[in-house]
Design a binder for this molecule. Structure first.
Ligand code: NAI
Length: 359
């Protein structure tokens, strides 16, 4: 029997890095039948559609995908492709484990934080009103009439919406994650002191779900700015973090920075009956040669996929191999060498071969 899994190579460094992850899974002996589906900027340039329906149909049918990053340039004539993919599949929970690897130059040696991010609402719904349009002027007029507060002329507006339903399900997800993975506590972070009706609702709902449904899991909350400060100064205070969309996005990158950078940060996004595994990083436009990018984040995302499909032994083996290669520090890419210009840095493919050799 083999697992049917969708593979979206993506843009930029994506095709190189997903090929590396695929090679490692194959070498680990997990039988997978890949359905390769292209999407993103390259697909848009070829076909006029950055996210063809066949991609969504394949992920829905298989229930699992491994995905490279998709590029949405600021000037793109289409909405953010990742956002659309998450909305179409209702992938509401982003899971980003951030942990230190011995041998990797980083500020701390013992970080182990799981960032769980709500992904369907908050600041990233893409509901926006452009400066100068009739709709924006009408909206500004309505807001001024309702609230008595003035909005400056020539303003653009983005909507932030946080719902009881969206918060309940992400907090339940975080609580169940903490229980299933034997984690010690869950911290919800927010700015409820300023945004009473959005973040305030998030906090109130999170507290209720935590106390009424998961009384056995220690739960606390932190205002997001204090949370960021404490993460940078004393990351050991935190275990599982659950955050609204935008804070989760920022904090996941912050935690990646604490543990050695985006080249090592894996992720999974989950909906009901569907999950897409991908690195936290984007397409790496500043990495001149995609072959030089670090494949670890995608390989580690693939280990999350292995856990998800019920192959924990293979997942642990791959993770141990990545850790061993990083600890040895020889066959690693430029970003995890002590100096970025280190001439001994290897390519993504060479690092992948080293991971496979120590499986
Ligand atoms: P980026 O993640 O591509 O780059 C940010 C930093 O991380 C850069 O310094 C880059 O060199 C480094 N980095 C990225 N991947 C790396 C790797 N594999 N190894 C070593 N270092 C790595 O983020 P940026 O530049 O903001 O976004 C570029 C494009 O990616 C945009 O079009 C954006 O829309 C897209 N993007 C896609 C995501 C996804 O598909 N999940 C997530 C984030 C961005």
């Amino acid at each position: 029997m083999s697992y049917d899994i969708t593979l979206v190579p993506g843009d930029g460094t994506g095709p190189v890095l997903t090929a590396c992850a695929r090679r490692v899974l194959e070498a680990a002996g997990v039988p997978i039948s890949w359905d390769v589906q292209d999407a993103g900027q390259g697909t848009f340039e070829r076909t006029g559609d950055p996210l063809p329906e066949r991609v969504l149909a394949s992920i829905r049918a298989n229930g699992v995908a491994l995905k490279g990053p998709l590029s949405t340039p600021v000037e793109a004539p289409y909405p953010n492709v990742n956002l659309t993919l998450r909305q179409e599949l209702d992938l509401y929970a982003g899971v980003r484990p951030c942990r230190s690897f011995p041998g990797v130059p980083s500020a701390y040696e013992d970080v182990d934080v799981i960032v769980i991010r709500e992904m369907t609402e908050g600041m990233y719904t893409g509901i926006e009103f452009e400066e100068g349009t009739v709709a924006t002027k009408e909206l500004i007029g309505f807001i001024e009439e309702e609230t008595g507060r003035r909005i400056r002329d020539r303003s653009g507006i983005s909507i932030k919406d946080i719902s009881v339903h969206g918060t309940e399900r992400i907090v339940r997800f975080a609580m169940r994650y903490a229980i299933d993975h034997a984690r010690s506590k869950v911290t919800a972070s927010h700015k409820a002191n300023i945004m009473k009706f959005s973040d305030g609702l998030f906090l109130e709902t999170a507290r209720r779900v935590a106390s009424e449904e998961f009384g056995q899991v220690p739960f606390e909350d932190r205002i997001i700015d204090a949370c960021c400060m404490q993460l940078v100064s004393t990351p050991e205070r935190f275990d599982v973090l659950v955050l609204p969309n935008m804070y989760g996005d920022l904090v996941a990158d912050l935690c990646a920075g604490l543990t050695g950078g985006l080249g090592l940060a894996p992720g999974g996004t989950h909906g009901d009956g569907v999950a897409v595994f991908e690195a936290v990083h984007g397409t790496g436009p500043r990495i001149k040669d995609p072959d030089r990018a670090n494949p670890s984040a995608l390989i580690l995302s693939a280990t999350l996929l292995l856990h998800h499909i019920g192959e924990p032994e293979a997942a642990d083996r791959v993770e141990r191999s990545v850790a061993a290669v990083l600890a040895e520090g020889r066959s690693v890419t430029y970003d995890v060498k002590p100096s970025r210009n280190d001439p001994t840095a290897v390519t993504a493919a060479e690092m992948t071969e080293a991971v496979i050799a120590s499986l």
